[in-house]
Design a protein around this ligand. Structure first.
Ligand code: ADP
Ligand code: MG
Length: 700
């Protein structure tokens, strides 16, 4: 099958510099370059983030909070105030006999003068619920003459992602100029036409449809992102990302890694454990062992629900490095969690004569110098720590295995930094990445084309499922009795305070008053308190006391979220649970149900519940399967939030949406395979076209 020969000559307009456009002087060029835009092609692919539908007018009465719309009305009242800061409120009304408030915080005197009562205003914005009904804050608007009343535009207005220092109107003009220089269809196309689904348009047509929706275009589809033009571009973008991740993997595998084969030490560890490994733990460890026995770097993600026992698998893997006379490092996202790993590993490994060193931010002065020396000279066989492990000045003697726990808390860059500690002669350590945030299959395929994935999909025996109840906050007093009863039986409980959108300071205050209230209501109990603004040492001390059973009740903010293991805790109460995402609720709930006692989790909410929050709490009540929860989370929130924007750059897709476009992924894989095999130069150019500078950075 011949592939189209798109021109890649220097005269290719795709690579023409933006400085050739009218209005692009050195200053504008610099602002564009800061966003990775240097060529015409970069502007072609600067796709609208959404559209404003100005083809219709919505009656004010029919407006819904959160749903953007265009309305037209007559000014009924204007109010200016300066109480806290300058503010302008303009009330407009229309034939639906309803009123909408437009609210401005920045405005000029001339603007105020425009809004005389009786003047007709057309505006576009997203209404939200204000003090007196719906309002639009800083809508785009224009005054229309009575002769224009109701006369509408006939196409959608694209809205582009903002670029700092370049106004939206200027940006639109620049993109329009770039589009005027779009080459003919055949010159632009990289993908062989008959490899694609016949229903999808060519690249040129797709770009023009997205940037300049023609009259009569399917407005609803464009707004929903399901128009064939958008699908065509999403396909190409997903393909570029897929190819780029595959390349990174191939590049990584070109490095050498130490072959770790001796399993006698791992076997001794296994035999010394107070429990038998689950089938899933054995299977995953076998996969890891297999990888470590090869001379290429392992890059494996181990997914396992909270409490599935990932740590011991990591410890077993570390023994292979130690037996070979090399080092293993285990990095955790919080000091609390790292300290817990340290305690576990010391308890398991020191009896076997393995030296475990500790390196966290709070290790300073002489202790730090001593730890660094041990790491550098190799006496430290296993090193446990936080981000401090990756800092400059930390040199390993011979790092053979880098283990990263709770991977979603770290960005790709941090993971790479630990990898780069392998050093000598281009050798790279094996990497084991562990996460309790299960990643739905579709997402994993797209996000981790560069990783092998294992799942510990079985919990250790004897755990009883956590019973979850959802209650309105007015039921709080009953819970105090419940805590009293649980603790009287020798159990422990968590009370988690959350306030999102507020500063840590305010959360800490709220938690403080809850702590005081509970201490007073439960005088017979030993109540502890941890929050994010405490000194690390105090936090640690409280956690340690709770773990040791010296406290009955722990009042905490979400700092206890990740990985903390106290098997005797069997009751958790989460306040304002409606404000938390599913993944976070699942993590929190995973703190109970780790022992053999029947456990419960009470999710308290402040009514009224939004539709979305209700669905989340329902999901929590119905299932404790991390994978089901992750799928639901993806559905409700989208991939960007699920993985964290730092993670993979997934949130930075220009047009693709992994949930909406999931059905394209099989085709993406097929075409990806085929390109790699039959036309690797085209694969290169696709990656360059869509990812460009970002790809160069990631493979560095
Ligand atoms: P996570 O996967 O959430 O990191 P951990 O590694 O912290 O889970 O393990 C949770 C608890 O289960 C720990 O106390 C650990 O010692 C224990 N554990 C791990 N594997 C088993 C097993 N096979 N049988 C019984 N308990 C286990
Ligand atoms: Mg863990």
């Amino acid at each position: 099958m011949p592939v189209p020969a798109a021109a890649a000559m220097p005269s290719d307009p795709a690579h023409a510099p933006l400085t050739g456009l009218q209005g692009v002087g050195p200053r504008v060029a610099e602002k564009l370059a800061a966003r990775g835009m240097a060529t015409l092609q970069d502007l072609w692919l600067q796709l609208p983030r959404q559209y404003e539908d100005r083809t219709r007018l919505a009656p004010i009465r029919g407006l819904q909070a959160g749903v953007a719309a265009q309305v037209e009305g007559v000014v009924e009242a204007v109010e200016r105030s300066f109480r806290y800061r300058p503010m302008l409120r303009v009330a407009i009304g229309d034939d639906s006999n309803a009123t909408l408030v437009l609210r401005f915080f920045h405005f000029r005197a001339a603007q105020v003068a425009q809004f005389a009562p009786g003047v007709r205003v057309r505006c576009y914005g997203t209404p939200r619920l204000g003090q007196h009904g719906l309002e639009m804050v800083h809508p785009s608007y224009r005054i229309v003459g009575d002769d224009e009343a109701g006369a509408l535009g006939d196409s959608l207005d694209p809205v582009y992602p903002a670029i700092e220092g370049i106004g939206p109107a200027t940006l639109r003009k620049l993109i329009a100029q770039a589009l005027d220089r779009l080459p003919e269809a055949d010159a632009l196309e990289l993908l062989p036409r008959d490899w694609l689904d016949g229903a999808l348009p060519g690249l040129r047509e797709a770009l023009l449809t997205m940037h300049r929706p023609p009259q009569g275009a399917d407005v609803a589809a464009l707004i929903a992102g399901t128009h064939p033009a958008q699908r065509r571009l999403a396909l190409e973008e997903l393909l570029a990302h897929h190819l780029s991740l595959r390349r990174q993997r191939i590049a990584l595998q070109a490095h050498a890694a130490p072959v770790l084969e001796g399993a006698a030490l791992a076997e001794r560890l296994r035999a010394s454990l107070p429990f038998a490994l689950t089938g899933a733990q054995q299977r995953v460890f076998a996969q890891v062992r297999d990888d470590l026995g090869k001379p290429v770097p392992m890059l494996r993600l181990v997914q396992g629900d909270v409490g599935s026992g990932k740590t011991v698998v990591a410890a077993l893997a570390a023994m292979l490095a130690v037996e070979d006379g090399r080092q293993a490092a285990l990095m955790a996202p919080t000091e609390l969690l790292a300290e817990q790993h340290l305690a576990n590993l010391r308890a398991w490994l020191e009896p076997l004569g393995v030296n475990v060193a500790w390196l966290a931010g709070k290790v300073t002065g002489r202790a730090r110098a001593a730890a660094l020396a041990q790491v550098a000279e190799g006496q430290a066989q296993v090193v446990v720590g936080t981000h401090a492990l990756m800092q400059e000045g930390v040199a390993f003697h011979d790092l053979a295995l880098a283990i990263v726990d709770e991977q979603h808390r770290f960005g790709v860059h941090q993971r790479l930094a630990l990898r780069d500690k392998g050093g000598e002669g281009g050798r790279v350590p094996h990497q084991l990445v562990m996460t309790a945030t299960p990643i739905p299959r579709t997402l994993a395929m797209a996000a981790y084309a560069d990783l092998d994935v294992s799942a510990i999909d079985e919990l250790p025996p004897g755990r009883t499922p956590v019973q979850t109840v959802v209650l309105g906050a007015q039921r709080r007093p009953e819970l105090i009795e419940r805590i009293r009863a649980a603790c009287a039986e020798g159990r422990q409980a968590y009370w988690v305070c959350t306030i999102i959108d507020e500063s840590e300071e305010i959360v800490a205050q709220a938690a403080q008053s809850t702590f005081e209230l509970l201490s007073k209501a439960l005088p017979e109990l030993r109540v502890g308190f941890v929050h994010g603004r405490m000194k690390a040492g105090d936090k640690q001390a409280a956690m340690r006391a709770f773990k040791a059973g010296e406290l009955d009740l722990l009042v905490a903010t979400t700092v206890i979220e990740v990985g903390v293991d106290v098997p005797n805790a069997s009751l958790m109460i989460v306040e304002n649970a409606e404000r938390l995402g599913l993944a976070q609720l699942h993590q929190l709930r995973g703190r109970v149900g780790r022992g053999s006692a029947a456990s419960s989790c009470v999710l308290l909410y402040q009514p009224p519940l939004s539709q979305m929050a209700r669905q989340r709490l329902e999901t929590m009540r119905e299932t404790s399967d991390g994978f089901v929860i992750a799928e639901k989370d993806l559905e409700l929130r989208g991939p960007g939030e699920l993985l964290g924007t730092r993670q993979t750059g997934l949130a930075a897709f220009r047009v693709a949406d992994l949930v909406r476009d999931a059905d394209l992924l099989p085709l993406v894989h097929d075409i990806g395979e085929r390109l790699q095999r039959e036309a690797p130069d085209i694969a290169d150019r696709l990656v360059e076209r869509w990812i460009g500078g970002a790809a160069r950075y990631a493979s560095a």
